[in-house]
Write a protein that binds this ligand. Sequence first.
Ligand SMILES: [Zn+2]
Length: 181
Amino acid sequence: MDIRTRLTGGNVVFRKNIDRALILKVATKAEPMVAILSCSDCRVDPEKIFNLSIGDAYVVRIAGNSASEQAVLGSLEYAVETLQVPALLVLGHTGCGAVKAAIEGKAPEGLVRVAHDIDLARHRLSGYHVNSADAVAEENVRLQMRQIAGNSQTIRDAMASGRLAVLGAMYDLTTGSVRLL
Ligand SMILES: [Zn+2]
């Protein structure tokens, strides 16, 4: 099937099944319960894996779920400062292609900062974990949690006042389960 037909047809089905009241409610005001920084991987769908509805999550996605790009951090700051989200979750996952590419030195040029972060995370590990993409992905989640707080005064202030919790989690591609770190 042509992709245009698939997408427009999908939207017709979406609109048919839509909860009109919910759509109108969230159209009036964005009030997400959580901001999620996730990998772009098509198998990691934050709204689906947490059984969330439209309007529940403010999601920023980038390969390798890294907040080193200024616009990624800025997007999270927007969620914290303007939308006043009470929680920010960094979501990594097993079998991450971005992590594997960075370990193998094969990350695309434009992902240089993401690859650098993954390298930093990798160097915090020892033994066989150094070559385990899943261990590196988990360490990268911890690194991002620290960097988000370290690089943003807005987010630091929100955490210090007790208004914001920063969480980390790993999603398992093979089981669909999420483990909070
Ligand atoms: Zn990934």
